[in-house]
Design a protein around this ligand. Structure first.
Ligand SMILES: Cc1cc2nc3c(=O)[nH]c(=O)nc-3n(C[C@H](O)[C@H](O)[C@H](O)COP(=O)(O)OP(=O)(O)OC[C@H]3O[C@@H](n4cnc5c(N)ncnc54)[C@H](O)[C@@H]3O)c2cc1C
Ligand code: FES
Ligand code: FES
Length: 498
């Protein structure tokens, strides 16, 4: 469960990245957030000879709303895009779909462009790009081209991007006034890939009747499918009793050809497609009506939705700092320098060293535990620049120049336990102890962003960390208790026993 050896490239400019891609062709893989590539490397499903880490490339982290398009650069994180208010106002569907991807620790690293290029059939963002008629901007050493969603997705995990091309940005057109969108899905657990996901777009005329309706389906076939549902709902009123979606549901069920797998049969997925089409159309139609009303009041033409707020613990809308790349260090590989728990640390490591292994084996910080090594269990969660990330899905080289907080950094300098640690003891949240460091790091970041959580919020906050003994009850109590302790003693230290 470790990546195979590879040569590591950390270009600082797009041109340098393109030179490596041109020289190495099929032998090179671009590393963006690593939230899909690292699991594949760890499980030896991919073994590229060269990794081109674009995290330090200048100018790729931008997010811009201009000329009716939201343009997202190649290293803009999913969490950054979800937290951007301008993006949410312009393309609310993007924020809504982003909120359904995995958990904050994944979205804090994963990029929007990486998700599109990875082209997982169950991923939400390819469906969003297809529904809105968006495109990806690809550059090679010799040319630049825009690849429309219709041309981009060629099959499961396959796109028409050429090996020498870097996807530098993704562009999502802003829907016009009187248009509403919605994304709904069903997954077995919160944050899992969807068994079926449906995005819908509904446009209304001035009298509030539907002119156009279409839906996108993910999780059913190898690529996202867009179905025009206009004939089933055109002319119907969007408000009043609510949109009549009977015919649209039947049309959707007849139009999709779902594949069966170990998670669901084809007929169940077809049923889901129908049910979720109705739900997505209802939501999209009522948002379109709200947008139409807002437009006729001559207020913002972009107010066509009510997207959820980003989950606590995710990035705030500032841009990530440009990291200092790891430097070559003779035969031993790379010299990695980072600040761990407030202390500058360095190590010479091979390029394939994971951050989790750097912490445990090179720096002797064995409090960070390792379970699945493909991002699912959350045992290895640490804070990278204050945000929770999976250290098993982050290369040590990528973390160079950044700050890392591990469970060893939670207690005060005098050794007094942090509020989170104390609460887990008080409420018997420790249980097995193996998964506890990951829970504690997740909870620390969550409470920093959401100091007074409800029980539901606390439950959702720990949903991305697996408790194999299923004892979430005490863990949720511990989260609420930690919040209480933090409130009792400003500064995060638990109040003394009465
Ligand atoms: C536990 C877990 C749960 C997840 N759940 C979901 C989910 O529910 N829904 C969902 O949509 N996703 C999910 N993901 C995937 C996540 O969204 C990934 O972040 C995303 O698919 C890939 O983005 P990345 O930036 O991490 O790309 P990487 O992992 O860095 O790269 C993915 C692929 O794209 C290529 N690539 C990346 N960027 C570029 C570029 N700019 N130009 C050319 N090639 C490029 C890489 O070479 C690689 O082949 C999950 C991941 C994990 C670990
Ligand atoms: S998520 Fe990293 S070890 Fe399981
Ligand atoms: S507390 Fe660790 S598996 Fe349940």
């Amino acid at each position: 469960m470790k990546p195979p050896p590879f040569a590591y490239h950390a270009p600082g400019r797009v041109g340098e990245a393109l030179e490596v891609l041109a020289a190495q062709g099929d032998g090179a893989k671009v590393l963006a957030g690593g939230q899909s590539l690292l699991p594949m490397l760890n499980m030896r499903l991919a073994a590229p000879a060269h990794i081109v880490d674009i995290n330090g490339v200048e100018g790729l982290g931008t997010i811009a709303v201009a000329d009716g398009v939201v343009e997202v650069g190649a290293t803009a994180r999913q969490a950054e895009v979800a937290a951007d208010g301008e993006v949410a106002a312009a393309v609310p569907l993007l924020r809504e779909a982003l909120g359904l991807i995995a958990h904050p620790a994944i979205r804090n690293r994963g990029t929007v462009v990486g998700s599109l290029v990875h082209a997982d059939p169950a991923a939400e963002l390819p469906g969003v790009l297809a529904l809105l008629g968006g495109w990806v901007v690809a550059r090679s050493a010799t040319a630049q081209r825009a690849i429309s969603a219709g041309e981009l997705f060629a099959g499961p995990l396959t796109t028409t991007l050429r090996p020498d091309e870097l996807a530098v940005a993704a562009c999502f057109p802003v829907p016009g006034p009187g248009t509403g969108t919605a994304f709904v899905e069903l997954a077995r657990r919160r944050g899992d890939y969807a068994l079926c996901g449906v995005g819908a777009l509904v446009a209304l005329d001035r009298s509030g009747r539907v002119t156009t309706a279409r839906a996108t389906y993910v999780g059913l076939a190898g690529t996202p499918q867009v179905v025009d549902l206009s004939e089933a709902v055109a002319g119907l009123p969007a408000s009043g009793q609510g949109l009549d979606t009977q015919r649209a549901r039947a049309l959707a069920e007849a139009s999709v050809s779902p594949q069966a797998d170990i998670h669901a049969s084809s007929s169940y997925r077809r049923h889901l497609a129908g049910v979720l089409t109705a739900r997505a159309l209802h939501a999209a139609a009522s948002r379109a009506a709200a947008s139409r009303a807002a437009a006729s009041r001559a207020s913002s033409p972009l107010a066509n939705g009510a997207p959820s707020v980003p989950a606590p613990g995710e990035l705030s809308p500032h841009r990530s700092p440009t990291p200092r790349s790891a430097r070559p260090s003779g035969d031993q590989g790379l010299s990695v320098e980072l600040v761990v728990n407030g202390v500058p640390r360095s190590a010479a490591v091979p390029p394939r060293r994971l951050l989790s292994d750097l912490l445990r084996h090179d720096l002797g910080l064995t409090g960070t535990h390792v379970g699945c090594e493909h991002g699912v269990c959350g045992c290895c969660t640490v804070l990278l620049d204050g945000r929770p990330v999976r250290s098993c899905l982050t290369l040590a080289a990528t973390a160079s120049g950044h700050t890392v907080t591990t469970v060893e950094g939670l207690a005060g300098e005098d050794g007094r336990l942090s509020a989170e640690q104390q609460a887990f003891i008080d409420c018997h949240g420790l249980q097995c102890g193996f998964c506890t460091p990951g829970f504690l790091m997740t909870v620390r970041a969550f409470l920093d962003a959401c100091p007074q959580p409800t029980e539901d919020e606390a439950r959702e906050a720990v949903a991305g960390n697996l408790c194999r003994c299923t004892g979430y009850h005490n863990i949720v109590r511990s989260v609420l208790r930690a919040a209480e302790l933090r409130r009792m003693a400003p500064g995060g230290e638990p109040a003394p026993e009465p």
